[in-house]
Design a protein around this ligand. Structure first.
Ligand SMILES: Nc1ncnc2c1ncn2[C@@H]1O[C@H](COP(=O)(O)OP(=O)(O)OP(=O)(O)O)[C@@H](O)[C@H]1O
Ligand SMILES: [Mg+2]
Length: 455
């Protein structure tokens, strides 16, 4: 008897091979290769299909489906595209099921929507729906068998279907356990086909791994149209939804939610929540970052503490550690703020993560303010990219940022030289980081209690 074909696939990157490796040749991760049994390969010949020219393709009015959750619409690029496949990833308990149930609830008013739950019982979903204010029209199916799910979708053809979660689906044909690479890949591929052929906009919920990427092979991310990440501190109320991949819109968009007793509530004006500092407090600065089309003010806090460690620590929450190391080095080399003997901690308000270089200047200001024990001049926002030579570079879309700062009632902005002016906001231009720190810090005001420490 012929031996069953066995393959080993990496759970991190999807690399597959005929033999097992301790270290994945694809992504260099250790111990991630798992065995998977291949399904039978069909040998039947398929007839060729006639070709079309793009000009002859009939486009059915591909109107986006508003999800009823404004922040979700924003991240999707203006609503759900019919017949698309969206993957929503997030840590356990961050609120994926809650978010999608409220979206289904809103959409159920005008459309047929279906929730396929593999993680929770129907009764549990009902309890959550009651907390969210009832979702009477949402149809629900508790099922984990892939074939049944696909068949149901083909016969019922709902407009929108949420599958919570893709890791619970399994196909008996494949020998491996639910959640394994082979199962997740097969489920996503089958659902993709069903979604496209039957016009069902499908949202898959996916778990994330320790390092924050969506679990299962990378192929899943290639397969779907959009990948949304739901991030945030489980212990705090604010959650951030962002698009990692979007075939129908920008990937920089950001949605902000607050978890309340009645479910997730969108925060239409996050600057109001995250962008306020306490006047006269050293170690805090307001950054005006741009996330997609949305300018957002964020309080950045820094702590500089003397240390005896040979390698001082650079700890960042919400800022790329490499970026922080670079800023610390530029501060030391070009702005006269030696930090070689100090631990530096930086934190961005509200658990938001900044990837954008435009926030550099505010991070540097916060660190300089903490190191010098001088507060940033009150009512000041800052943005601009820091170069390795200590020179500041203009950030993109300065006007929108200044507009946002003015909207929140800030009176002044420290910006790189050459930034266009806007409105009544007082602009302090700086060519180098050293100048920016000079105009940014309030030398007249030395924080109380820190005097003897500074002396
Ligand atoms: N009554 C409540 N009041 C406030 N917050 C609540 C309440 N009930 C649940 N939550 C919040 O909802 C969160 C769980 O939401 P949800 O079940 O949607 O998460 P999830 O991302 O689907 O998790 P999992 O990955 O385990 O399925 C909890 O972390 C909790 O903060
Ligand atoms: Mg859930």
């Amino acid at each position: 008897m012929a031996k069953a074909a066995v393959q080993f696939a990496c759970t991190e990157c999807g690399y597959s091979s005929g033999r097992w490796f301790g270290k994945c040749p694809g992504c260099n991760a250790f111990g991630t290769l798992v065995e998977e049994v291949l399904g039978k390969v069909a040998g039947a010949k398929a007839p060729p299909k006639p070709l079309l020219r793009l000009v002859d393709v009939q486009v059915e009015e591909a109107k986006r489906i508003p999800t009823g959750v404004a922040e979700l619409d924003r991240v999707l690029g203006g609503g759900l595209v019919p017949a698309s496949l969206v993957l929503v990833g997030g840590e356990p308990g961050v609120g994926k099921s809650t978010l999608l149930l409220s979206a289904l609830q809103a959409m159920s008013a005008a459309r047929r929507v279906l929730l396929i739950t593999g993680e929770e019982s129907v009764a549990q979903v009902k309890l959550r729906a009651e907390r969210l204010g009832g979702a009477a029209n949402v149809e629900i199916l508790a099922e984990t068998e892939l074939d049944t799910v696909c068949e149901t979708l083909v016969t019922e053809r709902p407009d929108v279907c949420v599958i919570d979660s893709v890791q619970t689906l399994y196909s008996a044909e494949l020998g491996s356990a639910p959640g394994s690479v082979a199962q997740v890949r097969e489920s996503a591929a089958r659902l993709l086909r069903v979604a496209k052929e039957n016009g069902v906009a499908t949202i898959l919920v996916g778990h994330v791994t320790k390092d924050g990427s969506v679990a299962g092979p990378r192929v899943l991310e290639h397969l779907v149209d959009c990948v949304l990440q739901f991030e945030g501190d489980r212990y705090r109320a604010h959650r951030v939804l962002r698009a990692v991949k979007n075939r129908f819109g920008s990937t920089n968009e950001l949605g902000v939610f607050e978890m309340t007793g009645a479910g997730l509530v969108g925060v239409p004006d996050p600057s109001e929540v995250f962008g306020r500092t306490v006047d006269g407090e050293p170690g805090a600065a307001v950054a005006c970052a741009l996330e997609g089309t949305r300018p957002i003010l964020l309080e950045i806090q820094a702590l500089v503490a003397q240390t005896d460690l040979a390698m001082p620590r650079r700890v960042a929450t919400g800022v790329d550690p490499k970026r922080l190391a670079m800023i610390v080095a530029v501060l030391a080399r070009h702005a006269g703020i030696p930090l070689g003997q100090a631990d530096v901690f930086v934190n961005v308000a509200g658990g938001v993560r900044i990837d954008e270089p435009g926030a550099d200047l505010a991070i540097a200001l916060a660190i300089a303010s903490a190191a010098r024990r001088l507060p940033v001049v009150s009512g000041t926002a800052a943005f601009g990219e820091i170069g390795l030579t200590g020179r500041l570079r203009e950030a993109t879309q300065a006007e929108r940022r200044l507009q946002e700062a003015a909207k929140l009632g800030l009176g002044r902005a420290v910006v790189p030289k050459g930034t266009p002016r806007h409105g009544k906001l007082k602009i302090s231009e700086a060519e180098t980081l050293r100048q920016a720190i000079k105009v940014g810090l309030d030398a007249a005001e030395r924080a109380e209690g820190d005097d003897e420490a500074a002396a």
